[in-house]
Design a protein around this ligand. Sequence first.
Ligand code: NZQ
Ligand code: ZN
Length: 387
Amino acid sequence: MQNFIQYTPTEVVFGKGTEALTGAEAVKWGGRRVLIVFGGGSVVRSGLLKRVEDSLEQAGVAYEEFGGVKPNPRLSHAEEGVKRAVEFGADMILAVGGGSSIDTAKGIAHGAANPGVKLWDIWTKKVPLERSLPIGAVLTIAAAGSEMSDSAVLTNEETGKKAGINTDFNRVKFAVMNPELTYTLPEYQLACGVTDIMMHTMERYFIPGIKCQLTDEIAEGLLRTVIENGRIVLKNKQDYDAQAEIMWCSSLSHNNLTEAGRGKDFSVHKLGHALSAKYDVAHGASLAAVWGSWAKYVYGGALERFAKFGRKVWGVQAEDDQTAALEGIEATVEYFHAIGMPVSLKELGVAPSPAELKALALDATMNDSVKLTRIRPLGAKEILEIF
Ligand code: NZQ
Ligand code: ZN
């Protein structure tokens, strides 16, 4: 087990009706003037936004709305939010929605606390981030794990680059998680969420050569849980217990618990971000489309890890590691398919030309300047083969 720091400061407020506690939570964490960040309208249609605003009013918290966040959220929209937050004198940014709204809220919090600094300069670490505003979240989709992660992802439309920033300033102070809020999700988004949760766990699992028994057991249990309950909610969205399991998996898959002692890789995410930046495809779907290809390309370098994954997550019985590894990969790809995810670029609905494929590989590897995966170093040439 390698040395590690475990820091998960987010207060989780979990369960039915918990959105009614948003006002009290905001006050507890210093919010008196709150900018509410939300997406394209699902929280308006469901009545959630109104319930959150009622709760803020009851707690004596002033608020202003800032909607219109798109999936794969844009830098320019977050910059607009910074302006609004500064004009309003916001002392807290509250996301009501999914990863896109939460990440936009994180961007707004950083920008509003550093007026005059370009948000992308913070994102690219040209300007070090030394202060931010407190952030809260009311989660409506179990997927990105942004409600507990130290990460935020924005797309810069000018450069066509989708990039994340990791910092403890991204840690949300409180996350309100009512699994009932996910009942209105379209099946495709449910499946994207399940895929992303699996991927956050798997991007930390396949690193060879480090022994971490407890971390492995947590990761394997989390994967089995999200796989099983993913099947259930795709048949019945209103299964509270199944949605609750998935929502809790979402947070624990990406709050660093499943990397304790081993660390992370996130190479498949680099491929997915390149695809989303270019084609605006849903994040979870972008990962499902390339994972099988990535896994078949690299598994030989981490045979024991892939074999363990096959046996512990999918119940593969094969005694030799080669067969167990391949059966585990096949089971994963079949599962993605079964829940309605694409497992190839074609199924993702994109058809890059050879030149565009090369550009994607260069984007994923920062112009071939970084090597991906901790299994074996992959540059642009190898990533192109995976694409
Ligand atoms: O915009 P609205 O109208 O709210 O609709 C959203 C959106 O169309 C809809 N939706 C969300 N909750 C709903 C709902 N529709 C009906 N009922 C509900 N309860 O779902 C669509 C997707 O929403 P989005 O917020 O984009 O989903 P998700 O949570 O998957 O977030 C994806 C974004 O997070 C980033 C991704 O790259 C992507 O940009 N990620 C953020 C991470 C982080 N900050 O730690 C880590 C992840 O790896 C990921 O990169
Ligand atoms: Zn992800």
